[in-house]
Design a protein around this ligand. Sequence first.
Ligand code: MG
Length: 232
Amino acid sequence: MCVCPFDALDFRILELSLSTTYLLVVLTMKPDIELANQIKGFLEEEEGMRLFEIASKACKLGPCLEIGSYCGKSAVFLGAACKQNNSILFSIDHHGGSEEQQPGEEYFDPDLMDPQTGRVDTFRAFRITIEKAELENTVVPLVCGSKTAVQSWATPLGLVFIDGGHAYETVYSDYKMWVDHIINGGYLLIHDIFEHPEDGGQAPFQVYQIALNSGLFRELPMTRTLGVLQRV
Ligand code: MG
């Protein structure tokens, strides 16, 4: 005679409670803010949480894509949203640092120099971030310029986040190259929008205006310097 303490109903209840626990864990997944605060980068926590909020909706429409990964700070927020919805974040960066991050420039960080090559290399820091955030199965790094990545691109996107080089030609071409890949209802996010020249560079703001005047988007409230547009 079986002396097993559980019968079929017990197992069914156990199975149900395990799947409910799993569901609750997935539903309550939040970005690792403590980790994000330790990552080098130029993104405020409030902006990061807005990225998470928008990406949580966007990734139900299609994968998300960011231009300008740097050390992975924004990927922690965007990736957490994608992970909880079983979606993917493509993260593009040549990882050689932007113009203003080169030796002698305003945002140069000697910690990010590769001693072997004598060049800026942010990819190592990026990979460490992704590993710490447990996003290895969610974030797909594309180590190249955005112009190279777009050449064979055919996947409609739920979100494009432009935060790469800040020269006008770079921001404008990132917009022009990727705008047609955004699904209707999807989002275009642009970082470092400064309306007044005394607050910061004007290129992202100018491109934001071009996007807005194209008639392709409706404007949603900004969070600090993060512009949010939804494709209509
Ligand atoms: Mg930025």
